[in-house]
Design a binder for this molecule. Structure first.
Ligand code: TYM
Length: 335
């Protein structure tokens, strides 16, 4: 069978993002910035994980809208559909099918140990549903369906990659080589961007305090204001340290966006005060996001164009997904 990739010898990179809100600066620095960078070197597949977002209650109309908004945002962030396959998870039903199979090869105990499950169960104590528990298995299905070599993610998803490898290994040992074992691809710096309001917790789009996160669509004045209010410490010295989570977070953001080393940021702002530094970080973030925002405002108007891209993307993704699922069904005896 002819490969759907122009250069089939290249390794496969795959990742997804939930359409639970407009992306944050954390999503951008931890994941999407890398997605864009690797497009020439790898055969890339990127998707909107709309099935994953069902683990919380959504307004159905809003979920549909956000799904397409996220497609427009990924394009605006530089995902190029001439190079990469961009699609919506639910458009390739093999994700849900393989997820069911893999659930039967995953133990209750190992899912109970997932830190994200424990955190989210505490946050949403009134809706600890089976989908939330099985979430990592759907993620394993996403990854294993495409025989992915690498998965570009933020540090919070590392444990999910580990369980994916465990499930794949177990299946391969029972039935012979079936799945490739994927590796995480986490940035050296910026793999965990912290909240501006509480630098000991991760920046998240579901944060109730909107000062804690930067949305990639925040206007410049809002961005600058949020950085001005960012929680730091009282020492007034700019250097990276575990003891200074607020300032270290700002240094990381500056260093990843300016593409310079942490040391260079420390050097550059050595004699400056926190006020000046916060303003400089805010300005750099606003400057970085501006071109993304203007591309997004053009793209998001053209819903038919976005739908067309997703349809073409899911057709290509399906070719690979069907092939893997067929071999799995064959091996386990599904007629
Ligand atoms: P999601 O939607 O929570 O986040 C998308 C990506 O952004 C990264 N990220 C961060 N990185 C650095 N700092 C932060 N504060 C930050 N917040 C989020 C996440 O690590 C992620 O890479 N389960 C995934 C979606 C998914 C997926 C997959 C990913 C579904 N199937 C298969 C990879 C492969 C998630 O919830 O991402």
């Amino acid at each position: 069978m002819k490969s759907i990739f122009n250069e089939p010898e290249k390794q496969i990179m795959l990742s997804g993002i939930q359409p639970t809100g407009i992306f944050t600066l954390g999503n951008y620095i931890g994941a999407i910035k890398n997605w864009r960078k690797v497009q020439d070197k790898y055969n890339c597949l990127y998707f909107i994980a709309n099935l994953h977002s069902l683990t919380v209650r959504n307004d159905p109309q809003k979920l549909k809208q956000l799904t397409l908004d996220c497609v427009a945002l990924l394009l605006a962030c530089g995902i190029d559909v001439e190079k990469s396959i961009l699609f919506i998870q639910s458009h390739v039903p093999e994700h849900a099918e393989l997820s069911w199979v893999l659930q039967c090869y995953t133990q209750f105990g190992e899912l109970s140990r997932m830190t994200q499950f424990k955190d989210k169960s505490l946050k949403n104590a009134d809706n600890v549903n089976a989908g939330l528990f099985g979430y990592p298995v759907l993620m394993a299905a996403d990854i294993l369906l495409y025989q992915s070599d690498f998965v570009p993610i933020g540090a919070d998803q590392k444990q999910h990659l580990e369980i994916t490898r465990d499930i794949a290994n177990r299946f391969n040992q029972l039935y012979g080589p079936t799945f490739k074992l994927p590796n995480p691809y986490i940035p050296k710096s910026g793999g965990r961007v912290m909240s501006l309001a509480d630098p000991t917790s991760k920046m998240s789009k579901s944060d109730k305090n909107s000062n804690g996160f930067i949305s990639v669509l925040d206007p410049t004045d809002v961005i600058i204001n949020k950085f001005k209010k960012a929680v730091t410490d009282s020492e007034s010295k700019i250097y990276f340290s575990d003891k200074k989570p607020g300032i270290s977070n700002l240094i990381t953001i500056y260093s990843t966006l300016a593409e310079i080393e942490i040391k260079e940021v420390e050097e550059k702002f050595r004699d400056k005060g926190y006020g000046e530094f916060k303003l400089a970080v805010g300005e750099l973030v606003a400057e970085t996001l501006k071109p993304i925002q203007s591309k997004y405002s053009q793209l998001s108007k053209n819903k038919n164009y976005l739908k067309d891209i997703c349809e073409k993307g899911s057709q290509k993704a399906s070719v690979i997904a069907k092939k893997t699922l067929k071999s799995v069904y064959e091996k386990i005896g599904i007629l």
